[in-house]
Design a protein around this ligand. Structure first.
Ligand SMILES: C[S@@+](CC[C@H](N)C(=O)[O-])C[C@H]1O[C@@H](n2cnc3c(N)ncnc32)[C@H](O)[C@@H]1O
Length: 348
């Protein structure tokens, strides 16, 4: 029978009369609570047997209904919540934890699920990469990223260029938020982890399929921004760059892995237009100070006055649209932002 509650069948299928015994009612309530507990916690709190046994039991548990998942996921945009709530219920397949990321196949308009795109917490930005890299911005095939803006057969001389870059975009929340705020601006997320990049691609495809005419202006590329920014963008091409909740790399010997440094700011200044804005935010105070001090020391950036920052609609999204920002807000954490403008030097 189609299950619509999202509860495990052993819970949902109980005749209501069974709940009349107080002990049984308590047991049912415990099972219902367990069904809505995040999967990783379910494993940790398992009191009997090993982690593996608990994991195998949890595999037998049917997934939450899409509606329940929409309710539990604060990281969804309104269009995505509607997409899940109006979807086709429990028919969403769970796939498996196969080597290919779960072997999940998305139908048109179906949002990907993060659990099928599990990735290592960090990738080393200094190690060698094994993905295609364009040798210059001219080699970037924009028609693959933004088909609506680059119809087949038409020359792209007058076609728009990418203007915003979200560096280390993670699961793509900012891109989704910005897409509708700047519907005519092309923007791209740059992400090092392959499965996370795949997730963002599927997320965008699902949004496009279910909202015709929307979300055509966002895309994602798997790349190492610390090495390949000039391969993607021309001089003065970008009007906004985002570095939101970047990996902190706490140890001093790892500071060279940070995505903001004096040397990398030279590259960012090169690809940004004069007047362009660089947005940084973190919940790690020391990293916040580091990013601010790099920007303050750099001759091609100047701090934007507080009133201007308050009036910028993008600033709110730094915390509210990003997955990391939402996590920090849920935990009541503090954030530290540094927002600077690309300025010009006489000799430029
Ligand atoms: C802590 S997450 C923040 C994600 C997102 N900005 C947010 O706020 O939700 C940092 C992301 O940056 C990515 N990243 C780290 N170094 C990178 C690099 N050199 N190039 C591209 N992405 C990178 C990581 O894989 C990770 O997804």
């Amino acid at each position: 029978m189609a299950q619509t509650t999202g509860l495990p069948s052993r819970v949902a299928a109980q005749p209501s009369s069974l709940a009349s015994s107080p002990k049984r009612a308590a047991r049912l309530a415990r099972a219902a609570r367990a069904a809505f507990r995040p999967r990783h916690r379910r494993r940790l709190v398992s009191s009997s047997g090993t982690r593996a046994a608990a994991a195998s039991r949890s595999r037998e548990t049917p997934p939450l209904s899409r509606l329940a998942e929409a309710c539990l996921s604060p990281s969804l945009s309104p269009d995505e919540a509607v997409l899940i709530a109006g979807g086709d219920g429990p028919a969403m397949t769970r796939g498996g934890d196969g080597a290919n990321g779960g072997g999940q196949k998305q139908g048109a308009g179906k949002l990907p699920r993060k659990r099928f795109y599990r990735a290592r917490a960090h990738s080393n930005p200094l190690s060698d990469s094994h993905f295609p890299i364009p040798i210059s911005p001219d080699e970037v095939d924009l028609s693959q990223h933004y088909p609506r803006y680059f119809p087949a057969g038409e020359g792209d001389a007058a076609a728009p260029r990418i203007r915003f870059a979200d560096v280390g975009c993670g699961f793509g929340g900012l891109l989704v938020g910005l897409s509708t705020l700047f519907p005519d601006t092309l923007m791209i997320g740059m992400e090092l982890r392959d499965k996370v990049t795949e997730y963002v691609k599927e997320r965008i495809l699902a949004l496009r399929a279910s909202n015709p005419g929307k979300y055509d202006n966002i895309s994602v590329v798997r790349t190492n921004s610390m090495k390949y920014i000039p391969n993607y963008f021309r001089k003065a091409q970008l009007s906004k760059m985002f570095f939101l909740f970047p990996d902190p790399h706490f140890k001093e010997k790892n500071h060279r892995r940070r995505v903001i440094s004096m040397q990398l700011l030279d590259e960012y200044a090169y690809v940004m237009e004069v007047g362009g804005i660089i947005y940084t935010i973190t919940d790690v105070e020391e990293l916040g100070e580091w990013m601010r001090s790099c920007l303050e020391k750099h001759p091609l950036f100047e701090a934007i006055p507080e009133e201007e920052i308050k009036a910028d609609p993008v600033v709110k999204l730094l915390s509210t649209a990003t997955e990391e920002g939402q996590k920090v807000a849920r935990n009541g954490g503090q954030t530290f932002q540094a927002i600077f403008r690309r300025i010009s030097l006489q000799e430029e």
